[in-house]
Design a binder for this molecule. Structure first.
Ligand code: FCB
Length: 449
């Protein structure tokens, strides 16, 4: 028999993000975000869909909380929509937005579920993008002001803070590849965005320490640390370049290690670093959040812009086309444990998997159930990695599955279903999939098969 055994105090959560689940796009005083604007552009989001209604969690948060409780989850990772708190990005605060997140947190607490709030998960107020967005340094002050309001207004009900979700996607998908809002393709803007996201994290943590609040605060990265396709020195070097450009550039400065030399040298000072910035970014954090979905093999490629390219793989894929590589999660976690050793005078910073999950073509069967065997298989494999590493002594404290619900999957809109609970978008009916029952058993200590 196989068995998944976790420590008694392990944190079990589900994760979502405001634009992907809340809906109520023009309710409660919410301002426009870059995703509202981006999804109106023809051809960028599947079938021209948007998050205007999404899963309607703004109105159904009590039902969703009850679902989490039913399956035994003890934490919920959600994000705060900046345009709900400060509709114009800076200036006037919207009390209705604050009231919504208070209601949500209080409902969670009623069920013994802790509130893990991400301050920024990609829904930038449009007026800030009009002023240059993450590519402009003025964003750093705006973010500080916004974060301070979150701490002041919600500090008594939030149990864990994550400053920013996936800096890599903000900077590169948003400003280099143009696949996400605001849809810009400009290397210099992407490098500016990378530095400003790092700065925003730093100023927020610095401000937080002055509030006297004691809930832990950290950041969530989606480390891309591909494996070399072969043992050749060229491929090993390619994998190193990929790791540096996609991961170290975000992680290293936040952990007080400065920017990697490859970046400062090869991009010849094009990161807009001012004196004092590195100190601002390197604020001691209480934990590291890691989002993991897949890993690619890479090879050297002289013709490619950054001298490396992804190679074909043999593994089965999820509905996103992402290869299923549980070993990649092991490599990520070990890498983080290694590089964070001794940082900020701590022996080992707690690690959280803040997202991990599987997109499938989930349909309700004739028996009214969703037998998502493939998702369960994926989860078994990835949870086994965590359980084994905890046994080996890694300081992994929690796991949040992406996602509680099927939701608006950015440019893929509603075509990709990541939930452990199915959503019928016509009726908003929630139907737990078998994977929800799988979690119930694992959390209750019966993760066996
Ligand atoms: C991550 C995002 C999350 C979700 C998953 C599938 O990159 O943080 O919002 O879209 O991917």
């Amino acid at each position: 028999m196989n068995r998944l055994v976790f420590p008694k105090d392990f944190i079990w959560g589900t994760a979502t993000a405001s634009y992907q689940v809340e809906g109520a796009g023009h309710e409660g005083g919410r301002g426009e975000s870059i995703w509202d604007t981006f999804s109106r552009k023809p051809g960028v989001v599947y079938a021209g869909e948007n998050g205007e209604i999404a899963c309607d969690q703004y109105h159904r948060y009590a039902e969703d909380t009850a679902l989490m409780a039913e399956f035994g989850f003890n934490s919920y990772r959600f994000s705060i929509a900046w345009p709900r708190i400060i509709p114009a990005g800076t200036g006037k605060v919207n009390p209705e937005g604050i009231a919504y997140y208070r209601r949500l947190c209080e409902e969670l607490h009623k069920h013994g579920i802790s509130a893990c709030a991400t301050i920024y998960h990609w829904d930038l107020p449009q007026p800030l993008e009009d002023a240059g967005g993450w590519a402009s340094r003025s964003i750093v002050n705006a973010f500080e002001e916004y974060a301070k309001i979150c701490f002041r207004e919600l500090g008594d009900v939030v149990d864990r803070w994550i400053t920013i979700n996936e800096p890599l996607c903000i900077a590169y998908l948003g400003y280099l590849h143009g696949m996400h809002a605001p849809g810009i393709c400009d290397l210099q803007k992407a490098l500016n965005a990378a530095h400003h996201v790092n700065m925003a994290h730093g100023v927020a943590v610095k401000a937080y320490r002055k509030t006297g609040l004691t809930a832990p605060i950290g950041i969530t990265w989606n480390p891309v640390t591909p494996r070399p396709a072969t043992n050749s020195p060229a491929d090993k070097k390619a994998a190193k370049i990929a790791r540096t450009l996609e991961t170290e550039v975000f992680v290293f400065p936040c952990l007080g290690k400065g920017y990697p030399e490859l970046v400062t040298k090869d991009f010849k000072g094009s990161l807009p670093i001012k004196s004092g910035d590195l100190e601002t970014i390197a604020q001691p954090i209480d934990f590291i959040g890691i989002n993991y979905y897949f890993e690619n093999p890479v090879s050297a490629d002289k013709k490619a812009r950054f001298k490396y390219c992804n190679r074909p793989f043999w593994q089965d894929t999820t509905d996103m086309g992402w290869p299923i590589v549980p070993g990649g999660l092991e490599r990520q976690l070990k890498w983080f444990a290694e590089i964070s050793k001794g940082v900020f005078g701590k022996t080992d910073i707690p690690l959280f998997i803040t997202e991990n999950g599987y997109a499938g073509k989930d349909e309700i069967g004739p028996d009214g159930r969703i037998h998502d065997r493939d998702r369960i298989e994926y989860l078994k494999q990835h949870l086994s990695v965590c359980a084994d590493l905890i046994k080996d002594g890694l300081n992994i404290k929690g796991y949040y599955v992406w996602s509680l619900l099927d939701n608006f999957e950015w440019a893929c809109a509603y075509t990709k279903r990541f939930g452990i609970v199915h959503v019928d978008y016509n009726t908003q009916k929630r139907t737990p999939k078998d994977s929800a029952y799988f979690f119930r058993d694992v959390i209750a200590g019966f993760g066996e098969w």
